[in-house]
Design a protein around this ligand. Structure first.
Ligand code: RBZ
Ligand code: NIO
Length: 345
């Protein structure tokens, strides 16, 4: 048995029950805090305590280049992947701002880019390959590379001390890989899953759809397993996120899934290891239309719908203050007994 098949523990049913009971005792009409009540109960189960708290958040942005990015499927050139790694190292990206605001443990994991590595204490330069292969003409990754990427995600999570994990991604062309994964996993075609990513025009969109259909046809006999899909259609950062998510479940660390690409990794991670599912939450609904199909397959209800289409873990980090509000309400509100207020009759 591979490490990633080992079962994740179940969240504590006893502590979920205790938190549910406390929610009925707080000075508010029953159910009036809606999803915030459910979040508190979920964290109670995850942390195995009736009064959970959230202060230690870890963010890992997994970056990689994609062979398919040379085919004109993005509004930006592939060099932007490495340029953005430098921006992450210098603190200038959206995810830097949001991570700093939450005092999150932030780092970038360079899984493999076309250009030379950016040296920085904030960047782990793994460079397992010079990007992935063009998935429309060859398998994106070798079987050995898939294993190495899954293990790299695992190793990142093994080094963490946190109460919540956020994976971000950076890789020009990775909405093409992610869309192909949705199609293969859900049994759909290019037209059903393809969006404009960084903002491509109609001609590039048509080309992106055609290349995805070409990839689905080329690899058809390899797409009946999550590992086959990851190898043929994935990317180095997508495979690493997949491994990181599975390790989070195994270590009882809840995961806040970011947008469209991170959800592609989550779809495959749950397929590989179904016991991961209770450890997952989704931050937001991306403006990539097919994201909704992935969220539905994962049976996840996103917290926010703000028209976000950035990635990097940014949507997840916008949602974390909401989680903290839910937990503060849960632990700090007075009960009916404490406040001497009459209960529901
Ligand atoms: C400056 C810049 C910063 C980004 N940060 C995240 N992405 C996002 O856009 C890319 C995917 O879109 P596509 O498939 O169309 O290339 C990924 O890198 C994703 O993280 C960015 C893209 C750009 C250009
Ligand atoms: O939803 C996302 O995660 C997304 C969408 C477009 C480009 N990059 C990321």
């Amino acid at each position: 048995m591979n490490w990633y098949h080992q079962a994740c523990p179940a969240p504590s049913a006893v502590h979920r029950q205790l938190a549910q009971q406390r929610q009925t005792e707080l000075t508010k009409p029953l159910g009036s805090l809606g999803r915030l009540e459910e979040i508190a109960v979920d964290f109670a189960g995850w942390q195995a305590t009736a009064l959970p708290e959230l202060s230690r958040i870890a963010v890992r942005v997994f970056a990689a280049d994609h062979g398919i990015s040379r085919r004109g499927v993005s509004a930006y050139p592939p060099e932007v992947t490495t340029q953005m790694i430098a921006n992450f190292a210098n603190g200038g990206a959206a995810i830097n701002v949001l991570s700093a605001a939450q005092q999150a443990d932030f780092a970038v994991v360079n899984m493999g880019t076309f250009s030379a590595a950016v040296a920085s204490p904030k960047v782990y330069n793994l460079q397992l390959a010079a990007g992935s292969a063009d998935l429309s003409s060859a398998p994106a990754l070798s079987p050995e590379l898939v294993e190495a990427c899954l293990a790299a995600g695992q190793a990142q999570v093994d080094g963490l001390d946190c109460q919540l994990f956020v994976a971000g991604e950076m890789g020009i062309g990775n909405t093409t890989a992610a869309a192909a994964i949705y199609a293969a996993h859900l049994g759909l075609q290019g037209i059903d899953v393809t969006g404009r990513g960084t903002g491509i025009d109609d001609a590039s969109l048509a080309k992106k759809i055609a290349l995805i259909d070409q990839a689905l046809a080329l690899h058809a006999d390899q797409l009946d397993s999550a590992l086959g899909i990851l190898r043929c259609l994935g990317g180095l950062e997508i495979a690493a996120i997949c491994g990181a998510y599975i390790r989070c479940g195994q270590r009882a660390i809840p995961v806040l899934i970011d947008g469209f690409i991170a959800s592609a990794a989550a779809l495959l991670a749950v397929d590989i290891n179904p016991s991961l599912r209770p450890w997952l939450m989704a931050s937001h609904r991306s403006s990539e239309a097919a994201h909704e199909l992935g969220l539905r397959a994962l049976q996840l209800q996103p917290l926010l719908d703000l028209g976000l289409r950035l990635g990097e873990g940014s949507g997840a980090m916008v949602a974390t203050p909401l989680l903290q509000s839910a937990l503060q309400l849960h632990s700090q509100m007075a009960t009916f007994a404490q406040a001497a207020i009459s209960e529901n009759t």
